[in-house]
Design a protein around this ligand. Structure first.
Ligand code: ADP
Ligand code: MG
Length: 266
């Protein structure tokens, strides 16, 4: 379970404070596949980085399985991330001097996994890359590199996979392949997947969509319709969260996402 409680992010832009994320609260129960969508600059990567503990919020709490990660020291946070979270980036972030196989196996070996070699082989098989295991990243297509990155993200069998525009640098066929793999991982392992994308077609394949605009949640499909309503192309539906503000109600359901202007109670 991922929980954000009144989480916000403000940075200094020159001498002026700039709020990138306005206070928002959300819960993503275990095993959901959620797409975060919204225009460029709306705060998607910032939100994902806060969930991953790669960045600290300016206010509020981020709980992963009940643990407030904003209170952990660097070592404890790194340990929790290593155990529970796999991250996939838009630009793959593979180590160029290691083969596909080594990119997956070496982090496991460093972490002391006894079965790193067999696991790496299995993971490459899971992303249909067995035949490319001994190629270097420069010898692989973008789609293949992203599949290596996904295999690496799955190395510790994380309960949560976070992916920031993992298809943003791929053509549509390779993008679909990555999306299908994410769905397969979600289906076969029960992994929670949080996918940032600005591709409405990919977002429609998730079972819930959270739409950000200017650092606020403006739409959450599960909140109203169990995800059955197609999202409009701009991702804004009249009477979204803005229209509900001030009611102080949390809708019931498996996924609760809301944005709020309430002051934190602490
Ligand atoms: P998205 O992923 O939706 O494109 P981001 O989360 O990357 O959006 O960024 C949201 C906004 O915050 C953007 O306008 C971006 O320029 C700004 N921003 C992000 N990080 C910083 C920072 N460290 N300092 C100043 N502005 C930032
Ligand atoms: Mg981004």
């Amino acid at each position: 379970m991922i929980e954000l409680r009144e989480v916000s992010k403000t940075v200094m832009s020159g001498s002026e404070p700039l709020t990138i994320l306005h206070p928002m609260s959300l819960e993503i129960p275990h095993g959901r596949f959620v797409a975060i969508v919204g225009p460029s600059g709306s705060g998607k990567s910032t939100l994902l980085g806060l969930i991953a503990g790669l960045d600290a919020p300016s206010s509020g709490e981020v709980l992963i399985d009940g643990v407030d990660i904003t209170r952990l020291d660097e070592d404890a946070l790194a340990r929790l991330r290593g155990e529970k979270i796999g991250f996939v980036f838009q630009f793959f972030h593979l180590i160029p001097s290691l083969t596909a196989y080594e990119n997956v196996a070496v982090p496991m070996e460093i972490a002391g996994a006894a079965d790193a070699r067999t696991r790496a082989e299995m993971l490459l098989e899971e992303v249909s890359l067995t035949g490319r295991a001994h190629h270097y990243p420069s010898q692989l297509s973008g789609g293949e590199q992203q599949r290596v990155a996904l295999a690496r993200a799955l190395a510790n069998d994380p309960s949560i996979v976070l992916a920031d525009e993992p298809t943003g640098n791929l053509d549509s066929a390779n993008g679909r392949h990555i999306m299908e793999l994410l769905r397969k991982v979600h289906g076969s392992r029960g992994t929670t997947v949080v996918l940032v994308t600005h591709d409405a077609e990919l977002a429609a394949m998730a079972d819930a969509r959270l739409v950000l605009r200017d650092g606020r949640v403006v739409e959450n499909t599960l909140e109203h319709t169990l995800g059955l309503r197609p999202i409009d192309r701009l991702g804004v539906v009249p009477g979204g969260v803005e229209g509900r503000q001030g009611h102080g109600e949390q809708p019931e359901g498996p996924l609760v996402l809301s944005s709020s202007k309430k002051e934190p109670t602490r």
